[in-house]
Write a protein that binds this ligand. Structure first.
Ligand SMILES: C[S@@+](CC[C@H](N)C(=O)[O-])C[C@H]1O[C@@H](n2cnc3c(N)ncnc32)[C@H](O)[C@@H]1O
Length: 365
């Protein structure tokens, strides 16, 4: 069995950011593919990507690829796999079956065949297997992440329309944020940008304080896992190079942001305040202002907040770079000159644009 292919799933349009991330982790054999990045998998690289990826959604191991032109052929090829090396049979496993352009479209029957072919694999939480049948070919993948990677574990409470942690991290990286300039989110909600910014600035692995599915797999190597955790911790900075600020007009949101920062163990590095953004004074002459304002689809008063943002970006934050999330209609207003950057993405099913100033010279964008 060749378990040498790993797959890091990413949000749409985030694969280039993930590719840079993998190269920074010393994983050279990686290339973009539909929905993410494939990379040369070893236990070491799979552990490292799970622990360190800020942008990815989950890490899968490609277990097998084989022809599946009939149920019989599917069953025969599934039977040949070393199931007991993949899954702890006492804990069982979940199957997620998907089919496209195949005669074998009955997902319930495919799951039944798979469980029998595996030697009586019961439903259970021991592992999650993805079986995709496309055309004449089946691909079986094993989930090594468990909870999706954006669930770092620090955000237990959220306010209205929070942005996913991996999207916030990806947008910061896209804007060229590397922790060397001050960061401010003037409408921070549950504080996701500020916390992800602090994790980037500290070079802290985002997965250090959560668990992963790989830890419950039969071939889990505890020593190697601990080595990877130690490696990540040894690369951490003691404190960020530049300050991080977060504020919100809603005192309840301020409480949520403080709780997120505490959960991520970065509360000492994030200054949180209750403030209407139009009363903010720039805490430093330059920096990066990032904002995920209420965009009016799920939250009200959108026009008013975007108007305020445009105003403060002219004055008093004229010396700052910015990165603003906006829906299609409002995105154009935030284009910051001909070198500005734009990234289209989805958050909670809504199509959004991130408009960012060009990165600072020398920043690792
Ligand atoms: C979409 S939410 C931000 C979500 C945040 N990015 C997160 O991940 O939780 C928008 C936030 O803008 C805040 N807000 C609205 N008007 C504001 C204003 N004038 N000044 C500061 N914050 C404001 C709201 O209280 C709300 O928390």
């Amino acid at each position: 069995m060749d378990l040498s292919e790993g797959f890091l799933a990413t949000p749409p349009n985030f694969a280039p950011l993930a590719l840079k991330e993998l190269s920074g982790l010393g994983i050279a054999e990686a290339s973009p593919t539909a929905g993410g990045i494939t990379f040369r998998a070893s236990k070491e690289t799979v552990y490292r990507v799970n622990l360190n990826s800020r942008v990815g959604t989950r890490v899968l191991l490609r277990v097998a690829r084989f022809p599946a032109r009939s149920f019989k052929e599917l069953e025969k090829n599934l039977k040949a796999l070393p199931w007991r090396e993949l899954v702890d049979f006492r804990a069982g496993a979940a199957f997620s079956v998907s089919c496209s352009k195949t005669k074998l479209y009955h997902t319930g029957k495919i799951e039944e065949i798979s469980r029998l072919a595996a030697g009586g694999l019961e439903e259970g939480a021991g592992a999650t297997l993805f079986l995709r049948i496309s055309g004449d070919e089946a691909t079986l993948s094993l989930d090594t992440s468990g909870e999706l990677l954006h669930r770092r574990g620090y955000r237990t409470l959220t306010g209205a329309a929070p942005i996913r942690e991996n999207l916030a991290a990806g947008l910061l990286l896209f804007a060229g944020y590397d922790g060397s300039e001050p960061l401010l989110d003037p409408c921070c909600g549950s504080g996701t940008f500020a916390v992800e910014g602090a994790l980037i600035a500290l070079k802290r692995a985002p997965g250090l304080f959560r668990s992963f599915a790989l830890e419950t797999l039969p071939d889990f190597d505890g020593e190697l896992w601990e080595k990877e955790r130690q490696r990540a911790m040894s690369l951490e900075r003691k404190s960020p190079q530049a300050p991080i600020f977060a504020s919100d007009i809603d005192p309840e949101a301020v409480g949520l942001a403080v709780s997120s920062a505490r959960g991520a163990k970065v509360a000492d590095f994030v200054a949180v305040a209750a403030c209407d953004m139009d009363e903010l004074e720039p805490p430093t002459p330059t920096g990066l202002l990032v904002a995920n304002p209420p965009y009016g689809i799920r939250l009200g008063k959108s026009g008013e907040v975007y108007g305020k943002l445009l105003k403060i970006l002219r004055e008093p934050f004229g010396g700052w770079r910015s990165g603003i999330i906006a829906p299609r209609g409002k995105a154009g207003a935030f284009r910051m000159g001909k070198n500005s950057l734009e990234l289209r993405f989805l958050n909670g099913g809504t199509e959004l644009y991130f408009e960012a100033s060009p990165p600072l010279k020398g920043a690792i964008s």
